[in-house]
Design a protein around this ligand. Structure first.
Ligand code: NAD
Ligand code: DAU
Length: 339
């Protein structure tokens, strides 16, 4: 099946979060004919400032929960597609308190799929490479669309469960769905709980960065703008019922990323603390995005990680009002966990 097409009115769930808001800006900047309806609960991770500057005639904001069936019956009829970013997204939080992850990531996705079924609406599900578990450091393999699911954390297991729901709703009910599984994103407006913003803002407030375990865990970094262009390509050109992996060949271990941050911010290579490892910490993620590139002609624009990282550091330096409010609470939580 390949009956996907350019939508005119889309709902973006989680559009006030890091990647969702980047996607909203991308659509507004690149697709003048599209109206975006953002549906977001504004949890601790949602921030209306992320949508600042978007003209009123291009976007409607609805403050609400994806688990609210009645609200979905008001929002979903008449739209061409839902692009589903809303989630509880942080592994460490899922280890401390998994319940909101099951609620939003599993039940919320179920509610959205049911609304798409009732109202005949196209659905794109934004998921993660973590559903595949991890790879050994010396394994030449990368994840492909055929890799068996093997999630490790409460977060990744709820994302895996939501992917399974999407596959079943496509096959059983014919909901017009696609799935993407992307690797680690970086860029402006990422919450200070995540690795790169946490270390940058620690340096900016005069604290020492914190590295888990032995620092050798590998993540496959992609700029969030490249994630957005890939999601648009899959939404508009992807084959229904298919999964596409999104990645930009950005494998790096955590200590190398931290050293790049320290060097860019004029700190010494040892100016950080080793802290307690994350329980169940996945060793390595690596994406083979050949299917997305060959079938849909997508390629990333931000291929220079060092340059993207410098621009990200500049963004946090220039926008302290955006992150200062959340920083203290995040660090207090980490301190309690010995991290
Ligand atoms: P985020 O935590 O920055 O943002 C999540 C957004 O969802 C917030 O605006 C929050 O208010 C909203 N939300 C949470 N629960 C909700 C609910 N019940 N109803 C409505 N809105 C709700 O997350 P992110 O890092 O931008 O990730 C977005 C999506 O991309 C997630 O589905 C995540 O699994 C996926 N993903 C993230 C990455 C990454 O590196 N961050 C990589 C691959 C996939
Ligand atoms: O792979 C995609 C996933 O990437 C997304 O699905 C998740 O939503 C997103 O949060 C991210 O998950 P990670 O757990 O990989 O990201 P995080 O930024 O939490 O951590 C990145 C790496 O850095 C990981 O190996 C843990 C390590 N780390 C993290 C923090 C916060 C540290 O060493 N120190 C830290 O302070």
């Amino acid at each position: 099946m390949s009956e996907t097409s350019e939508p005119k009115r889309i709902v973006v769930t989680g559009g006030a979060g890091f990647i969702g808001s980047n996607f909203v800006h991308w659509v507004v900047d690149n697709r003048p004919e599209v109206h975006v309806v953002v549906l977001d609960k504004l949890t601790y991770a949602g921030n209306l400032e992320n949508l600042a500057g978007i003209p009123e005639d291009r976007m409607t904001f609805i403050h609400g929960d994806i688990c609210d069936e009645g609200l979905l019956d008001e929002v979903v009829p008449g739209v061409d597609a839902i692009v589903h970013f809303a989630a509880e997204s942080h592994n460490d939080n899922s280890i401390a308190d998994p319940e909101p992850f099951v609620r939003t990531n599993v039940h919320g996705t179920f509610r959205l799929l049911e609304a798409c079924r009732r109202h005949g609406v196209r659905f794109h599900h934004v998921s993660t490479d973590e559903v595949y578990g991890d790879l050994a450091l010396d394994d030449p393999a990368r994840f492909t669309e055929e890799t068996p699911y093997c999630p490790s954390s409460p977060y990744s297991s709820t994302k895996a469960a939501s992917d399974m729901l999407v596959r079943a709703w496509f096959r059983t009910y014919g909901v017009k769905a696609t799935i993407s599984n992307c690797s680690n994103n970086y860029g402006p407006r990422q919450h200070v709980e995540k690795f790169i913003p946490r270390q940058i803002t620690n340096v900016l407030i005069g604290s020492r960065p914190k590295l888990y375990g032995d620092g050798l865990n590998v993540r496959d970094w992609i700029h969030t703008e490249d994630h957005s262009s890939a999601v648009w390509a899959i939404l508009t050109k992807g084959r229904l019922g298919e999964t596409y992996l999104i990645g930009a060949d950005g494998e790096k271990n955590n200590i190398d990323v931290l050293h790049a941050i320290l060097e860019s911010m004029d700190k010494g290579a040892d100016d950080f603390d080793w802290v307690r490892d994350r329980p169940g910490h996945d060793r390595r993620y690596a994406i083979d995005s050949s299917k997305l590139r060959s079938e849909l002609g997508w390629s990333p624009k931000h291929t220079d990680f060092a340059e993207g990282l410098k621009a990200t550091i500049d963004w946090y330096r220039d926008n302290p009002q955006w992150w200062q409010g959340a920083k203290e609470a995040v660090e207090a939580k980490y301190a309690k966990q010995g991290q």
